[in-house]
Design a protein around this ligand. Structure first.
Ligand SMILES: Nc1ncnc2c1ncn2[C@@H]1O[C@H](COP(=O)(O)OP(=O)(O)OP(=O)(O)O)[C@@H](O)[C@H]1O
Length: 262
């Protein structure tokens, strides 16, 4: 492994499609002696949309907690880009340097409009004078407009977020994440509770998003996974059980044994 950068040099740098953006290497996490993650290793490339599946308790949430700095592992390495050691950083810094996480339940500001929600989520320049005389720059307005297009909410830009459907709220929250300009997005069960049409739209949004980012989706809905997945990672008891195309996964003997009891 390359030498890791010092804390004051945290920058994932310019990534090209196919460059590795995340390495999880030999990570273990124990809770009272129980191994929630057990020597977990996998990597994600820039420009990739990866689906992670696994039964309840397989370690999916714990894996996301480790990558985002919420949980510290007992062992292992987690590297962002070529050389940023994520285990040396706290949660806000990890978010700041480009890892966004969307939890299952949407948490938009109900009394603000779609536009205002995106504006509030914008990666801001916190310098005093900028805040004091704050007015959106053309570039910031373009960013909001581009995001509205990506999440399909252009027609609802001035509506209050509180009246949006469940699916539209989820897309708005994805948009709020995009405003933070992440390079890697971790998305937890995005289609739970959505209508079939909303599921289809979500597949399109995440597929488009992965073109200029890397997106990791944790999901139980197999139809949805099949519709978006190029590569699937199956977790079982805190380790990778199998990895490959959806067809390869469904025909994998170990996966069939664990899931179907064959
Ligand atoms: N803070 C904790 N304290 C004790 N045990 C925990 C803690 N967090 C997770 N676990 C245990 O670790 C294991 C992995 O949990 P985790 O939530 O990562 O699984 P998951 O794959 O996300 O499951 P689900 O699909 O149900 O969300 C489970 O057995 C869980 O009970």
């Amino acid at each position: 492994m390359k030498l890791l950068k010092h804390e004051n040099e945290q920058n994932v740098g310019d990534l090209k499609k196919g460059d590795r953006i995340l390495l999880v290497d030999g990570v273990s996490v124990s809770f009272d002696g129980f191994k929630a993650l057990n020597n977990l290793s996998f990597s994600i490339n820039y420009g990739e949309l990866r689906c992670i599946i696994g039964a309840n308790g397989a370690g999916k949430s714990t894996m996301m907690d480790v990558v985002t700095g919420k949980t510290r592992p007992d062992e292992g390495h987690v590297v962002f880009g070529e050389a940023v050691d994520l285990l040396g950083l706290n949660e806000p810094t990890i978010a700041q340097i480009g890892i966004g996480r969307k939890f299952q339940k949407p948490t938009v500001f109900q009394n603000n409009t779609v536009f205002e929600n995106l504006e509030l989520a914008m990666k801001e320049d916190k310098r005093f004078f900028k805040t004091l005389f704050s007015k959106l720059s053309g570039e910031q307005e373009d960013k909001i407009d581009e995001t509205l297009g990506l999440i399909g909410l252009k027609d609802l830009v001035h509506r209050q977020a509180g009246i949006l459907s469940h699916g539209q709220k989820q897309w708005l929250e994805i948009g709020m994440l995009i405003m933070q300009e992440p390079k890697l997005l971790l998305v937890d069960e995005p289609v739970a509770g959505m209508t079939p049409q909303e599921v289809e739209n979500t597949a399109e949004i995440l597929t488009n998003l992965a073109k200029d980012n890397a997106v990791v989706v944790v999901e139980h809905d197999m139809e949805f996974i099949r519709s978006i997945a190029k590569k699937v990672t199956v977790l079982h008891e805190g380790s990778v059980l199998a990895e490959g195309s959806m067809d390869a996964i469904q025909n994998n003997e170990k996966v069939r044994q664990v899931y179907l009891g064959e």
